[in-house]
Design a protein around this ligand. Structure first.
Ligand SMILES: Cc1ncc(COP(=O)(O)O)c(C=O)c1O
Length: 418
């Protein structure tokens, strides 16, 4: 099924060294693990290479020209990040190592100083471990209570359960935008409106949405947002936390050290202005610059264009997979669920997801198997492991055709040998 018109995948694949046709042995690789980490275009790789080759220097410290250049590029990356999510100012963007660190920052700083016994945090059953474990640790430290919202039989957030569990003791609702397992896109505006009526803050884990649809913090009505660069075509080792300036101002520092201080005495210190108050030590400079290049790259392609192409390929995948006998798909169908993430999590009766993944790998097809850092969700679904194929704007219909063909023969092979 090759259309005459060039698709977004056709237009962009050449930017990615891994997908370009002169890669010899990797030529036939089909990468369907974008939800775990995205591939990097040469625009990002060369921004990292430029920094390390021509202006490697520490930021905010030196008076020399290299340091000034590095500082300018580093702070420019912060502005790009702020504008990518519609923040009012780059002071609202704190660079972290990844999304997990952003959530830990909020738990340690805001949570430790604000919460105690009698307070509640509302989470959901579909959260990634990154959005469960920091709150469990906070609950042990402060005595606050964790309450979990369920999911419907269709694999969507149970809004009735959310309404029932939200109350005047709820201080924070922390939830995922697009589930990395179910693929559902949660109704954040509605959740945030309800939460604010009860005076609760909302933290959005946008790891799986930022690369797939436009996200605007102001129109969503949220209070915190975390993201990871490596899921956005950017380098590993860098991510960010966004929060309203007043909220960040009211929060104590997370880690102590250089960069985050104004004045240091032997027995006390004062803190630097936002956002540096939360960035102790030498940051991941090249990686932040690389993340800026990645966000610019996604912006030039256009998040609306990405969303439109990924809708087509997600519907195509769901349609072609529906012909395979004994396959169980988790999460709502893209036909009925708006803004669904471009991924499909599934299991096959009688077969282990790891066996499926290993056998597909022999045909050069990379999918994920396991619990995808969502053990409580998997327990709720009654499975220990599932397989997941996750796509990006670079995914072609031809790749999905090959994948479904190979999946069908892998299932037949494993069944005939079990
Ligand atoms: C929904 C979701 N939240 C949080 C994370 C954690 O991201 P990181 O490991 O980059 O901190 C992931 C990564 O898989 C994710 O998919």
């Amino acid at each position: 099924m090759k259309s005459e018109k060039e698709t977004l995948a056709d237009l962009t694949r050449g930017d990615f060294p891994l997908f370009s046709s002169d890669q010899g042995s990797t030529q036939s690789l089909i990468y369907l693990d974008h939800a775990a980490t995205s591939q990097k275009p040469h625009q990002v790789i060369s921004s990292l290479q430029n920094y390390y080759s021509y202006y490697n220097s520490n930021v905010h410290r030196g008076a020399h020209q290299l340091s000034a250049r590095a500082t300018e590029a580093f702070e420019h990356a912060r502005q790009i990040t702020a504008s990518f999510i519609g923040a009012s100012s780059s002071r609202e963007v704190v660079f972290t190592r990844n999304a997990s660190e952003g959530i830990n920052l909020v738990a340690r700083s805001w949570g430790d100083s604000q919460l105690g016994e009698g307070d509640e945090i509302l989470l959901t059953l579909m959260e990634h471990h990154s959005n469960l474990v920091p709150w469990q640790m906070l609950s042990k430290r402060t005595g606050c209570k964790l309450v979990h919202v369920g999911i419907t039989s269709n694999g969507e957030l149970d809004l009735d359960d959310f309404r029932a569990k939200l109350n005047e003791r709820t201080r924070l609702v922390s939830l995922v935008h697009i589930s990395n397992t179910l693929g559902c896109c949660n109704p954040i505006f509605e959740v945030a409106s309800l939460a604010s009526r009860h005076g609760a803050l909302v933290l959005l884990d946008a790891c799986q949405s930022l690369a797939h649809q436009p996200v605007d913090v102001k129109s969503l009505g949220i209070d915190f947002l975390v993201g990871s660069s490596h899921k956005l075509c950017g380098p590993t080792g860098i991510g960010f936390l966004w929060a309203h300036e007043e909220l960040l101002k009211s929060m104590p520092p997370f880690l102590g050290g250089g960069e985050m201080i104004q004045d240091v005495y032997l027995d006390q210190s004062s803190w630097a202005d936002l956002p540096h108050k939360f960035e102790a030590g030498t940051p991941a400079i090249g990686e932040a610059i690389g993340m800026g290049a990645a966000l610019n790259y996604l912006k030039v392609i256009g998040l609306e264009n990405i969303q439109a192409w990924e809708k087509i390929i997600t519907e195509y995948l769901f349609e072609s997979i529906s012909r395979i006998q004994g396959l169980i798909v988790y999460g709502p169908s893209p036909k009925v669920h708006q803004n669904r993430g471009p991924l499909m999590t599934f299991s096959v009766e009688g077969l282990h997801a790891n066996d499926l993944s290993a056998i597909l790998d022999t045909s050069g097809i990379c999918i994920r198997s396991g619990h995808h850092c969502c053990q409580p969700l998997h327990r709720h679904l009654g499975v220990t492991a599932t397989a997941r194929a996750s796509m990006s704007f670079t995914t072609t219909i031809e790749e999905l055709e090959t994948f479904t063909g190979e999946l069908t023969s892998s299932i037949d092979f494993l069944r005939s040998h079990s």
